[in-house]
Design a protein around this ligand. Structure first.
Ligand SMILES: NC(=O)c1ccc[n+]([C@@H]2O[C@H](COP(=O)([O-])OP(=O)(O)OC[C@H]3O[C@@H](n4cnc5c(N)ncnc54)[C@H](OP(=O)(O)O)[C@@H]3O)[C@@H](O)[C@H]2O)c1
Length: 344
């Protein structure tokens, strides 16, 4: 399966933050060789990856400055680069170019990478051409893979008639945000006026989320004809404590963001998504819900704990399939369900 011949993919970590750290720890645990690690200039560069990801020991991989490193040295030494830095395809493009031009497959944890053509068609075309030129695969994965994309695809599987789809979800900011800055990216703690002035409503935030129903419909044979999406603040009428924000968020203040998306298809099937990224009241459970109005009329609800572990593990467990896939952009929906690495 890999050039090591022993089923242990040789990986490169690109972005040594929270999720790069999770994937590096999984690799150490599974005995998958970590060939190199890169990060933008700052405190992490020059340090041993093991120390930076909390292992409290050296693992012999010194984090290199991604802008000055020599990527040719990776050729024939590594199978895949795991990119975990930003959600934005265009911002991540230099990383993809460096890794793919050195002959590495790329697995990206950015949310725009699950369905690149639905987020940024021009950059997606560039990525696809680059991957094909280098004979490597580009795939985006993360927590949506199993809980949003594959759960939706599987729900539609037994249908003989489909009229519409509904996707409603709540994601706990405390489960995935690494720091206060990430909570602010969905407006936590703002007044409504601050939220309106923050630029969130004009941001790229809903772009990747609207691709969830687009991805499920496209993977199920439908052709997207029209999509609209928007964001709005979520507000509670009760106070809620946030350790991330180091205090209590009063009623009337923003506790997160709601993303709304409506999709139409040439075949007449529609989808509506209501996705909330926010703080939770104590009795709430993170979950993803799909309902199909059709025959049979069915629903699926995926609940999860350990979200941060889960999102990194989705991409990590895709690694063998990404390495084995054909060159170009290959969506997780084109790979079949992922397989666990519990026995690896
Ligand atoms: N796929 C999904 O479903 C999903 C789920 C959750 C999160 N995410 C996304 O996953 C990404 C990583 O999240 P995280 O929590 O790991 O973030 P993080 O802890 O901030 O880590 C990002 C790492 O990448 C580095 N970095 C940031 N921008 C960079 C750039 N332009 N070039 C090179 N290195 C760069 C950072 O460097 P510094 O040392 O300077 O900080 C940091 O080490 C985020 O975009 C997040 O929104 C995706």
């Amino acid at each position: 399966m890999t050039a090591t011949g022993n089923n242990k993919p040789r990986i490169v970590i690109y972005g040594c933050g929270q999720y790069g750290g999770y994937m590096a720890r999984f690799a150490v645990q599974k005995g998958w060789p970590i060939v190199a690690a890169f990060n933008r200039a700052g405190d992490k560069v020059g340090k041993d990856l093991g120390q930076v990801i909390g292992l409290k020991r050296d693992i012999g991989v010194i984090i290199q400055d991604c802008d000055t490193a020599n990527y040719d040295a990776l050729r024939d030494e590594a199978d895949i680069g795991l990119v975990a830095q930003t959600n934005n395809l265009a911002l991540n493009l230099p990383a993809y170019k460096r890794l793919m031009n050195a002959g590495l497959n790329v697995g990206c944890h950015g949310s725009e990478s699950y369905f690149p053509y639905g987020c940024d068609p021009a950059v997606a075309a560039e990525i696809d051409a680059l991957a094909k030129k280098n004979g490597v695969t580009f795939t985006g994965s993360g927590i949506w893979d199993m809980s949003r994309i594959w759960s939706g695809i599987l729900l539609l599987g037994p249908c003989t008639e489909i009229k519409s789809l509904l996707h409603t979800t709540i994601t706990d900011v405390h489960g995935q945000a690494a720091n206060k800055q990430q909570a602010l990216q969905v407006g936590v703690g703002m007044t409504v006026e601050q939220y309106d002035a923050s630029g969130l409503k004009q941001s790229r935030l809903p772009i990747s989320y609207k691709t969830i129903p687009e991805h499920v419909l496209a993977a199920s044979g439908y052709t997207i004809s029209k999509t609209s999406c928007s964001v709005e603040p979520v507000i509670f009428d009760k106070p809620v404590h946030s350790w991330l924000m180091e205090g209590t968020i009063a009623p009337g203040l923003v506790v997160g963001t709601r993303i709304l998306a409506d999709i139409e298809t040439k075949e007449g099937v529609t989808a509506h998504a209501k996705i909330e990224l926010r703080l939770f009241q104590p009795d709430e459970q993170e979950h993803m819900f799909w309902s199909v109005d059709g025959m049979p009329h069915t629903r699926v609800r995926v609940e999860r704990d350990d979200s941060a572990h889960a999102t990194a593990a989705n991409l990590f467990n895709r690694v063998p399939q990404i390495i084995a896939a054909q060159p170009g952009i290959v969506l997780v929906s084109q790979m079949g369900p992922m397989r666990h690495t519990a026995l690896a």
